[in-house]
Design a protein around this ligand. Structure first.
Ligand code: MG
Length: 384
């Protein structure tokens, strides 16, 4: 089998989610947003798919020439090839982009072999407990504007079946944010509202000082929180070593530090966190995510899989050491999570009443793609 084409098709859809000036998602009035379908097609008529793939010029002009003519089952060779091309062109070939390409290759393999990806990876389970992951705090009545609002939203998520809840608290550009005391107040309000019925986690402002991070961590210990995520700049590894030594609550990281599985290895050796993590968007696909999982297993370190989507879900279902949870989000009281992917006929991460997300048993990653929707809303991408 040979790859004959790699395409990126942008299309529009109505969205109620937009990013603020700091990159945080919030509910907004409905507008036309853009998504992109990447397709890797072969001479045997079988294709693999993944969504993402921005900028499309990188797919068409950089990735396509590297893949056409290659055997799509040589995923390791192709991942190494694209990864090495990142040197000197990382602004074009981001880890997120090469992750899209890698996931499309896994989807292709699954479709060609008639098996879901998690079974090709080495199946370990077919469902994973999910945690409700909130959007960042806001100043909107009925939203996530007070500690009590987080408490109410946690109770609502518990009623929907979630057994775990992660707060993203208030961050810039909110003028008074960040505020360590208010972060702790929100964490306390959630614990008081849901009692010990839920595992609770915090992902707060990411540029706190050592002392601020230590204060929050100590308070989270009193509230019996499950993990403490990225309170400081992850490039400052020594600060994470310092923090992890002083806290009993598990410190979780890295998320945003570049360097794929290599960086995770260095964090483990340095003792910069208690639990490691990675997601297909952080480390560049399922291929390096499984390397990260095996690295963590070898060191006896727990691992959290960061972010949602089928690539992360299939990896979670193929990990011998259980990934902590599947991240379902980002959630907000104003939004219906189930309605945000109109380009799919069914959602990729259905959750049962016990709060577990089930992996698709369809071949590949289990995308149930609405090709008619994508054709009807296709837009011409600008060249380049
Ligand atoms: Mg985070």
């Amino acid at each position: 089998m040979k790859i004959v084409d790699v395409t990126a098709q942008p299309f529009t859809y109505r969205s109620q989610i937009a990013r603020d000036s700091e990159g945080h998602s919030h509910p907004v009035p409905e507008y036309d947003a853009t998504e992109c379908l990447v397709e890797i097609s072969t001479d045997e008529g079988i294709s693999g798919y993944c969504f993402g793939g921005h900028p499309v010029g990188a797919i068409r002009q950089v990735v396509k020439p590297m893949l056409v003519g290659e055997d799509p089952f040589y995923r390791e060779k192709l991942w190494q090839k694209v990864k090495q091309a990142q040197r000197g062109s990382r602004e074009v070939l981001s880890d997120r982009l090469i992750g899209v390409v890698d996931q499309a290759l896994w989807d292709l393999a699954g479709r060609a072999l008639g098996q879901p990806v998690y079974k090709l990876l080495g199946g370990a389970r077919d469902k994973v407990p999910a945690y409700a992951s909130t959007m960042c705090g806001d100043e909107v009545a009925g939203g996530l504007n007070t500690p009590e609002a987080y408490g109410e939203f946690a109770a609502q998520c518990r009623a929907e079946g979630y057994t775990a809840f992660k707060l993203h608290t208030w961050m810039p550009p909110i003028p008074w944010a960040p505020d360590p005391k208010r972060d702790v107040a929100a964490c306390r309000a959630v614990r008081e509202r849901v009692g010990d019925e839920m595992a609770l986690m915090l992902d707060c402002f990411h540029h706190y000082s050592r002392e601020e991070a230590l204060y929050i961590g100590k308070e989270l210990e009193k509230l019996d929180y499950h993990w403490f995520e990225e309170p400081m700049d992850e490039h400052n590894v020594s600060s994470y070593v310092w923090l992890t030594e002083q806290l009993s609550i598990p410190v979780l990281g890295p998320e945003t530090a570049e360097g794929q599985m290599f960086t995770r290895a260095e964090w483990i050796v340095r003792g910069a966190s208690d639990m490691s993590r990675g997601g297909v968007g952080d480390v560049g696909g399922i291929t390096p995510l499984m390397k990260t999982a095996h690295l963590c297993e070898s060191f006896g370190v727990r691992m959290e899989v960061h972010g949602g989507g089928p690539g992360n879900l299939h990896a979670l279902c193929a990990m011998g050491i259980p990934g902590e949870y599947y991240e379902r989000g980002l959630l907000h009281p104003f939004l219906d999570y189930e309605q945000r992917t109109p380009w799919l006929n069914s959602i990729v991460d259905p959750m049962d009443e016990a709060g577990c997300v089930h992996v698709s048993q369809q071949p590949g990653l289990g995308w149930d793609i609405n090709f008619d929707f994508i054709r009807a809303n296709a837009v011409t991408a600008p060249p380049g």
